[in-house]
Ligand binder design. Structure first.
Ligand code: NDP
Length: 241
């Protein structure tokens, strides 16, 4: 049976684990030629795994050059690599602030720019999906630096969605609520308990509940008329127009 992404090239940052891993495996199962960029190489069946720190421009350029040579022009990029350690605001140092912005925002920019350059040169359009966060929409205690980075991702998404639309490249963000991954489980216990208590659905989300939206957004037909959207997949944590 033909897959939704048969023969198309898809790049997933942070695809070694968590949300990115779920998306990479699903895209592969839908027939895509998938490359995963992560700080460490993790062998994943049928996937090209590349070690790259997305905050390092030289490494990002080299990774996209390798993808072009080995797989071809990317059709889709999902920017899922991110970090999220909580720090009380009064203790938040400049180094922690800069590291958060470097990974979550600057890394997203660098990978999106390289993917877009290749897509524009290829002339066949494409899809970019940035993983934002509901924290970027509503804020979060001890997460000032994270909220700033993710609100930045949402604004960045809308800006390049406008700029890349004439090239047939659709750009969207997914803003998940708390999803059961290593990142979430790294949060303090009292933070997790408070967060769970305020969720209308009463539980954390699962990776497999994010993956179908990522697939929709990169789908050649299903995603064709969606651009500049920040998709709210938060278990009701955020309810707004
Ligand atoms: P995980 O921590 O499980 O996975 C993140 C992956 O990104 C890891 O493999 C990590 O590698 C990689 N990564 C981190 N920094 C870099 C870097 N500089 N270069 C390359 N790879 C890097 O996180 P999740 O899957 O939970 O999160 C995925 C995305 O979803 C993130 O952007 C996150 O902010 C966002 N998100 C997550 C939510 C959640 O509740 N889980 C909620 C809302 C948004 P390493 O092991 O080396 O650090």
């Amino acid at each position: 049976m033909a897959g939704e992404l048969d023969g198309r090239v898809a790049v997933v940052t942070g695809g070694r684990r968590g949300i990115g891993r779920g998306i990479a495996e699903r895209f592969r199962d839908e027939g895509a030629k998938v490359a995963v960029l992560d700080r460490e190489v993790e062998p994943i069946d049928g996937v090209l795994s590349i070690a790259a720190d997305i905050t390092d421009e030289t490494q990002v350029l080299a990774a996209f050059a390798q993808i072009g040579e080995e797989l071809g022009t990317p059709w889709a990029l999902v920017n899922s690599a991110g970090i999220g350690p909580a720090v009380p605001f009064l203790e938040l140092g400049v180094d922690a602030w800069r590291e958060m912005l470097a990974v979550n925002l600057e890394g997203t920019f660098l990978c999106a720019r390289e993917a877009a350059r290749a897509m524009v040169a290829g002339g066949a359009g494409g899809r970019i999906v940035n993983i934002g966060s509901q924290i970027g929409l509503k804020g979060g205690v001890e997460l000032a630096h994270y909220a700033a980075s993710k609100a930045g991702v949402h604004g960045f998404t809308r800006a390049i969605a406008r700029e890349l639309a004439p090239s047939g490249i659709n750009v969207n963000a997914i803003a998940p609520g708390p999803i059961d991954t290593e990142m979430l489980m790294g949060m303090p216990d009292d933070w997790l308990a408070a967060k769970q208590a305020e969720l209308p659905l009463g539980r954390f989300g699962r990776v497999e509940e994010i993956v179908p939206t990522a697939l929709l957004l990169v789908s050649p037909v299903g995603g064709a008329y969606i651009t500049g959207a920040v998709m709210n997949l938060s278990g009701g944590d955020v309810m707004a127009d």
